[in-house]
Design a protein around this ligand. Sequence first.
Ligand code: FMN
Length: 160
Amino acid sequence: MKTLIAYSTTLGCTEQCASRLKEDLGPGVDLFRISRRRKINLDLYKTVIIGGSIHEGLIQRSVRKFCETYIDKLLKIEVGLFICCVESGEDEKELLNRAFPDELLSHSLANGYFGGELNFKKMNLLQKIMSRKKARLEEIPEIDFDLILTFAEKLQQPIT
Ligand SMILES: Cc1cc2nc3c(=O)[nH]c(=O)nc-3n(C[C@H](O)[C@H](O)[C@H](O)COP(=O)(O)O)c2cc1C
């Protein structure tokens, strides 16, 4: 049975991370961009990985809705969860905890944070204004590809 990576992205960063994760996991992985209008049959999958990005402290509403809609099924199969954001340290853990339902977080085999980007070229004016504070971070945020690989390895470890 296959693995599904279901993700939402606002400016393309999470999509990039999802593609990289698919490569790291190897064959048998489908990508699915979450949209409130698209349904998916999770019966085809042994593992479902769900990811999204953080905007003003919250993950996309469509990701929260996806978790709510499929929660019964998700709690019966293997799950991985990840976020993209530019906060680091303790903040990223808190954002992850706020992004997904508690029961899914404790059921999940791997909970990951992959870093993020501030892609001003793709932002509209409002997004530029809203993310201005983040742009004052000491280091320029970037995707952490090593963390994506570690997450993939953790998911592939046999369950003991
Ligand atoms: C309007 C806006 C608000 C954001 N708010 C947060 C935030 O509260 N915390 C954070 O860590 N990152 C925040 N970010 C950074 C995004 O999480 C980061 O740009 C991420 O890589 C976006 O992924 P995406 O392109 O898949 O949507 C914000 C970015 C924008 C544009």
